[in-house]
Design a protein around this ligand. Structure first.
Ligand code: ADP
Length: 603
């Protein structure tokens, strides 16, 4: 129950609307009771029972009821039965109108409340995802995040918010109805409160047992399907071994088992209505018996109010049922909400030191000093020392899994070093403002990340303020201008989901154009051409060469032919720098690099 109220926290900013909703519910309930009460004067008129009551004015033991009774009688007497009939008919219309107006007003607020909570949860998760550290995003988690965002939020919406409706409305209804019932006859009400829970309990038990059988039925059906799948999948074997009989026997067994279970399930299901109805009839009969006796005894309850009692009582059943169902719903929503909380409460890691320095560019070098790193397990980088001068181009090569991507990910602080430090112009990168530090790096990776939007908007991510000329220039430099203008909508063409309306090479050239617009001092190419065919690779490579000019660049490349002209090649194996030098130096050295080049020449 405590957990449940925790879910209400999503609604805490909207207290005013909750108050409105509750007030309207209260008015709705009050007018419901009053409108039902309007049957009393009709009964009086039709059965003509007012005369004797007024004259001897018996004490019914209840001031309110007496007064109400009395005023009905006065109206009937003064107006005459036919006119009174008309007046009370009008009254009914007015009362029902009011009741429904308040009901709608309450729902008007509820429509807002239940949806705003879902909007806020989605917003909270999304913003959280933007600030979570890179380390949070393991492949396994990515799938989970999607599930949180879709299934779990919907579950919360369906269960909790649906239950909210019941919770804000039904208790108010039940309370008002109950007070009225007590007002009409407390004796009868106490009797009802004893009888009702018993029949409710029995009905609840039947429901539970039904659920269990239904679940078993599901499992059995699974077995039937599996048996079918196995046969179809292994049909060669079945026929080859002439094992049809064995398989048929097995299939018949599971199929019959499922059949038996389903028959039982349906029989149980069919039993619920008769039992439920009989139980209700017994309950009602007991109330009629007890209440009828009260009427006959004369001075506790009169006939009209007894009928009113039964009417209001019958109206109380459906809110009571809705309320109890909503508790079951809430249970399911709670587990979804707990899973959402795991995302919302995940550690954010504060990256920025207080008083962090500003950094717009650098003059001298980026240096790795004794850098060690792991993802929580074995060391991925060991004791890396590497100084890269401003304007220098560096290729990182070596067997895959050696730690090349990890090494470049450390510079924008997607991850932080475990030991050692990375310095820019002699200053530890952890001393800089993270946002500005990241702004120094432009990244083109193997997978070009395009968003489902126009080419123009995808480019503008690189530089929001770029004008048309800059866009066109960037496209030219990236060898992308030709194909973009050949599209009917040109720059405004939509790239499709994840850019899938374009070829791999086209996507990659757009990513490069975006990086050019961003104009960062350092470029990182992580296998930027690996996924391309030779023709696109040539186009992309020449775009890359232009982009690298005058910039510090880190190039991770699988195809060694593409990096022969860089200033320095760094060979990384098993987390360590094993060789450095130019292409010719390394070939001469005759180490790992030379072996890798020869392997690729062969292939
Ligand atoms: P390379 O770029 O040279 O192929 P990586 O830097 O991608 O190498 O990977 C180095 C090692 O770190 C590999 O063993 C890889 O499995 C591991 N690794 C890479 N990324 C992660 C991650 N996010 N979580 C855990 N381990 C990782």
């Amino acid at each position: 129950m405590k957990k449940f109220f925790e879910i209400l926290r999503y609604l805490s900013p909207y207290k005013g609307r909750i108050a409105l909703n509750l007030s309207f519910n209260l008015l709705n309930a009050a007018f419901s009771v009053v409108s039902f009460s309007a049957i009393v004067p009709f009964l009086k008129i039709l059965f003509d029972s007012q005369e004797d009551r007024v004259s001897d004015d018996p004490a019914m033991g209840n001031g309110m009821l007496d007064k109400l009774n009395h005023s009905f009688e006065v109206i009937i007497r003064e107006e005459g039965p036919k006119e009174a009939l008309f007046v009370f008919s009008l009254l009914i219309v007015a009362l029902f109108l009011l009741r429904n107006i308040f009901r709608y007003l309450a729902q008007h607020q509820m429509a807002f409340l239940r949806n705003v909570a879902v909007r806020d949860i989605r917003r909270e998760i999304y913003h959280k995802l933007l600030v979570l550290p890179m380390a949070y995003y393991t492949d396994e988690r990515k799938g989970q995040i999607m599930a949180r965002f879709t299934n779990d939020v919907s579950e919360v919406e369906w269960s909790v918010m649906g239950a909210l409706e019941a919770l804000f409305r039904q208790p108010v209804m039940i309370l008002i109805f109950l007070i009225t019932l007590l007002g009409i006859s407390w004796q009868l009400t106490i009797f009802v409160l004893i009888v009702l829970p018993v029949s409710g309990f029995i009905i609840g038990r039947i429901g539970k047992s039904l659920k269990r059988t239904a679940k078993k039925g599901q499992n059995e059906l699974g077995e039937v399907v599996t048996s079918l799948e196995e046969t179809v999948g292994g049909i060669r074997i079945v026929k080859g071994f002439t094992a049809e009989k064995i398989f048929a026997r097995h299939f018949n067994k599971v199929n019959d088992k499922h059949f038996g279970l389903m028959v039982r399930l349906f029989r149980k299901q069919y039993l619920t209505s008769p039992i439920g109805e009989t139980l209700s009839a017994i309950t009602i009969a007991m109330i009629l018996w007890f209440g009828g006796n009260l009427v006959l005894e004369g001075d506790v309850l009169n006939g009209e109010f007894f009928i009113l009692y039964v009417v209001i009582f019958s109206q109380m059943i459906s809110p009571a049922r809705a309320l109890s169902e909503s508790f079951v719903r809430v249970q399911r929503g709670l587990s979804a909400s707990e899973r959402i909380d795991q995302v919302l409460k995940a550690d954010e890691q504060i990256l920025e030191a207080p008083g962090a320095k500003s950094i717009k560019g650098f003059k001298k070098s980026i240096a790795f000093k004794n850098v060690t790193f792991d993802y929580g397990g074995e060391a991925v980088l060991k004791n890396i020392n590497l100084e890269v001068q401003q304007g220098e181009s560096i290729a990182l090569v070596g067997p895959s899994g050696g730690g090349k991507s990890t090494l470049v990910d450390l510079m924008p602080r997607f991850y932080d070093v475990i030991d050692g430090s990375i310095e820019i112009d002699g200053q530890d990168i952890r001393d800089f403002k993270v946002y500005e530090l990241r702004g120094l790096f432009g990244i083109v990776s193997q997978q070009s990340i395009l968003f489902n939007d126009s080419i123009r908007n995808n480019l503008l991510i690189g530089n929001e303020d770029a004008d048309e000329k800059q866009l066109i220039d960037a496209l030219h430099t990236a060898n992308a201008h030709g194909f973009v203008i050949s599209l009917p909508e040109g720059l405004d063409a939509n790239v499709g989901e994840a850019g899938n309306r374009l070829s791999g090479g086209q996507k990659q050239r757009l990513s490069i154009a975006r990086a050019i617009l961003n104009d960062p001092p350092v470029m990182i190419f992580d296998e930027a051409t690996s996924a391309l065919d030779t023709e696109s690779e040539r186009l992309v490579q020449s775009a890359l060469d232009r982009l690298m000019k005058g910039r510090t660049s880190f190039i991770i490349a699988h195809r060694l032919s593409t990096v022969q002209h860089v200033d320095r090649i760094v060979v990384i194996d098993k987390g360590e720098i094993v060789e450095t030098g130019s292409h010719s130096e390394l070939m001469e050295l005759g180490g790992l690099y030379q072996r890798l080049v020869e392997l690729q020449d062969l292939s």
